[in-house]
Design a protein around this ligand. Sequence first.
Ligand code: GLC
Length: 638
Amino acid sequence: MLAVLQEHLVRDTRVAAADRDVFLHRLPQQLPRIVTSLSAVYGSGPEIWDVVARAVLTAWDAYAERPADLRDLDRQREGAAPWFTSREAVGGVCYVDRYAGTIAGLREQIPYFRELGLSYLHLMPLYESPAGNSDGGYAVSSYRRVDPALGTMEELAELAAELRSQGIALVLDFVFNHTSNEHEWARAAAAGDPHFERFYWIHRDRTLPDAFERTAREIFPDDHPGVFTRVDSTPAGRAASPFDPDPRWVWTTFHRFQWDLNYANPEVFHAMAGEMLFLANQGAQVLRLDAVAFIWKQLGSTCESQPQVHDLLRAFRAVAALAAPAVEFKSEAIVHPDEVIRYVHPEQCALSYNPLQMALTWEALATRDVTLLSAALAERHETPEGTAWVNYVRGHDDIGWTFSDDDAARLGVDPAGHRRFLNAFYTGRHPGSFADGVAFQDNPRTGDCRICGTTASLLGLEAEPGPAVDRILLAHSLAMSTGGVPLVYLGDEVGQLNDPHWRQEPGHGDDARWVHRPRRREADHERRHDLFSVQGRIFGGIRGMIAVRRRTPEFEGTTLIPFDTHNSHVLGYQRPGEHSLVLCLANVSDWSQFVTGETLSGFLPTATLLHAQSEVDLRGGILLEAHGFRWLRVIPVR
Ligand code: GLC
């Protein structure tokens, strides 16, 4: 097979001989991966060779189109140590329209991103999508066209190049579980084209939909019950006839207008591999694999995180490694922690959101107790060599309590009751709660509920600014120091509050997540250098942490060693360096807390407080003020 492919590629005159050799050099490593992963999904009969050959040719076509500067980047990255485990890697995320209006407007913000210290920028989906509700752009109508209101694909590629020249990697979404119902494939399927009907899960009666719905989870119950919805094949602008409805049902895990792709059909894999590499060729250095857990459906299962999901990921990864090896995958699997970690592998996703640390940071701030968070850091923080977490305080989505029930029960916590408490706490229903949050997809039938709100609003900035600023800095200090890429939801670094008008925007009224996706407020940013303002205190604090992290060699890499503070209100962990360690302490309670000299007796008495560049004596112990944290360079006693 290798020889046949080689011969084909040699005859293709689009690529110069030297560049072709680079591709051919990658082939012996990636081809076996493609064969193994695709045959695990599509069987090992003779047809598999056609599937494999098409995958390689898709990679080759994309390689032929790959701009020279990106090919250079590929060569630099291949075999080099990963950039994303560096202490300099810090991310920001924003919506282009809400943050800067257009791609051109966003370009003007690059000096600000540099001022903050970012080296990674995730732009929320900016592709063509349905007018009105498009799930924040996660209903993609074309992967090759930018939403015309934001700009063009050429502008996006230029932005990527400009960011790259300023040391910032562009991160784009690869929304590959579903397309919008307005994507040309979906339109063709709705019109009855059998080739494109097979791109989706379309059934002409309820037999299979009923069978699947017995075990598949409802994700957006406010939008529709179960996972299937009726196909609406009525031409736009005409009302569906109640007398002659379309009999077909289509799988829609999320909204009715987001049609799940059918990866059991290898055509879908090929088509999506082509779209993925198109995005890679625009200059994205990380692709965020949206809703990855859902891409394979298996009757009788939850239809989440099935083994074939991992096989397909390996296949996508190997195809990307052939055509665009500088591109990394980031997994968006907001599932049980046992499952989240299975996506984190150099041959799948080198990066992954860390929903457990995110959720337990909020949990610790509500309970003023670090037991669950500290166990998670000790037992669930490690990732394979060459991979890293993306540690975020909050994202554009809701906060869900994705901790393991078994972990909680082992630590004496009733998982269901605890989730009820956390939901009540963050929606402000719990007496004494500081939070101003909104419930999302509250499902009385299953008891499921998630939380919306900006970091500042959830941490009480309006009601009690003083403690809230400290809590905001504390939460960010964890994301900045546990190891992995810290990711700031842009605007949170100046304490942005909930958007009180979120319901009024067209298409947003039914989706409470818009409460925490406000437009950029210039007034907040203007105060960022005023240290007497809350904006200035938060901005100065976060920017200071980024600067300290950058100059601290112990923050390189991802290794974390637990540290028992003997105080359930104070989280402790160590980041090892060559001759010293950084000991991180964080008090999640509303009162001062003490870590005794005896607890710290494993270190030499003199330590350096990194943010103040001053020395402290550990023999007398460390007193942390309410919500205080310390990053201390310590030397272990030999
Ligand atoms: C992911 C996105 C979320 C979206 C969903 C469907 O979970 O983060 O915003 O609603 O996928 O695409």
